[in-house]
Ligand binder design. Structure first.
Ligand code: AMP
Length: 281
C-alpha cells in the first residue's frame, strides 16, 4: 500500500525532509490545493524528471485582491492528501500564512514584461506580484531542479519562466499541457463554483478558442475572428474580460499571423465565476 506523504509545515522541517536530496533529484509542483487531474498531470510529469516530487499546497493570500475569493477558495485537504498518496508523492510542503509571510515580511518580487501584458494583470493588478513573490520563496525553500507549471495559466507560466531567468534561479520551469473535461472545459479548482446551467455553457470558451485558432491559421483577419468569437462567448451568457491573440513568448500584441508564434487567450465571467483558458495557434 502507498505511504502517506510527509507533511512539512515549517522551513526547518522542510529542509530536514530534503536534507539528503540534490537539486537535480527534486521536482516541485506548486499548487493551491483542491487538487484535480490537471494537478495530477503535473505530478506525473514531475515524476519523470526527478526521484523526489514535492507538492506545495498553499492558498497564497498575496495573489488575491480583497474583493476576490480567498475566504471561499475550495479547500479539500483530506482528499488532496489521498490523491498525492496514490501518486506516491513523498513530501507535501504546506506552510501556514504566517510561516510564509511573518508579521515583519517586507520584500516583494515585482515582475514586468509578460506580467504587464494587459491580460490577467489588467483585471487582477495585484496577482503576478503575489505569484512571483510566492514562487520565488517556494523555489528558495525547496531548492528544486525542476518546477512544473500548467499551460492553463499561460501568462503565469510566462511570468515565472521570465522571473527564473532574470533572477538566475538555478531550476528549469517545465510547462504541462492543459487537462480538459471531455467537452473541452479546462479543469480548474474554481469549476466547482459553476451552477448546472453555467457548467453547460462553459465549454464555449474552448470551442471558441479552437475555432478561432483554425480560422487564423487558415489566413482570416485576426480582428474579425476575435470579434466573432467575442460574440459567441457573450451569447452563451458570459461577460468577456478579454479574448486576444498574443505573441506566444512575450505576450506582446499582434495584428497578423506573421507576428510570431501566436497564443489565443480568454478570460470571461459567468455568474460569480471567472474562467480563463488559452490555446496555441
Ligand atoms: P492552482 O492550484 O490552480 O494554483 O494550480 C496549480 C498548478 O496547476 C498551476 O501550474 C496550474 O497552471 C496547474 N493547472 C491548473 N489547472 C490545470 C489544468 N487543467 N491542466 C494542467 N495544469 C493545470
Amino acid at each position: 500500500m502507498a505511504r502517506r506523504p510527509t507533511i512539512a509545515r515549517t522551513v526547518p522541517a522542510l529542509r530536514r525532509a530534503l536534507a539528503k536530496a540534490d537539486r537535480g533529484d527534486i521536482a516541485l509542483v506548486p499548487t493551491m490545493g483542491a487538487l484535480h487531474d490537471g494537478h495530477i498531470a503535473l505530478v506525473r510529469r514531475a515524476r519523470r524528471l526527478a526521484r523526489r516530487v514535492v507538492v506545495s499546497i498553499f492558498v497564497n493570500p498575496t495573489q488575491f485582491a480583497p474583493s476576490e475569493d480567498l475566504g471561499t477558495y475550495p479547500r479539500t485537504w483530506a482528499a488532496d492528501i489521498a490523491k498525492l498518496t496514490a501518486e506516491n508523492v513523498s513530501l507535501v510542503w504546506a506552510p501556514t500564512a504566517d510561516v510564509m509571510y511573518p508579521e515583519d515580511f517586507a520584500t516583494r518580487v515585482d515582475p514586468a514584461g509578460a506580467a504587464k501584458a494587459g491580460l490577467e494583470d489588467k483585471f487582477r493588478p495585484h496577482f503576478f506580484g503575489g505569484v512571483a513573490t510566492v514562487c520565488t520563496k517556494l523555489f528558495t525553500q525547496v531548492e528544486p531542479g525542476f518546477a512544473l507549471f500548467g499551460e492553463k495559466d499561460y501568462q503565469q507560466l510566462r511570468v515565472i519562466t521570465q522571473a527564473v531567468r532574470d533572477l538566475d534561479l538555478p531550476l528549469r520551469i517545465v510547462p504541462v499541457p492543459t487537462v480538459r473535461e471531455k467537452d473541452g472545459l479546462a479543469l480548474s479548482s474554481r469549476n466547482v463554483y459553476l451552477s448546472t446551467d453555467e457548467r453547460a455553457a462553459a465549454p464555449v470558451l474552448y470551442r471558441t478558442l479552437k475555432s478561432s485558432a483554425s480560422r487564423i491559421k487558415a489566413g482570416e483577419v485576426i480582428a474579425k475572428v476575435l470579434a466573432d468569437g467575442a460574440n459567441d462567448i457573450a451569447r452563451a451568457g458570459f461577460v468577456l474580460d478579454y479574448l486576444e491573440a498574443r505573441h506566444a513568448r512575450t505576450l506582446a500584441s499582434v495584428t497578423s499571423r506573421d507576428d510570431g508564434p501566436l497564443r489565443l487567450l480568454v478570460a470571461a465571467r459567468i455568474g460569480t465565476t471567472r474562467l480563463i483558458d488559452n490555446v496555441a495557434v
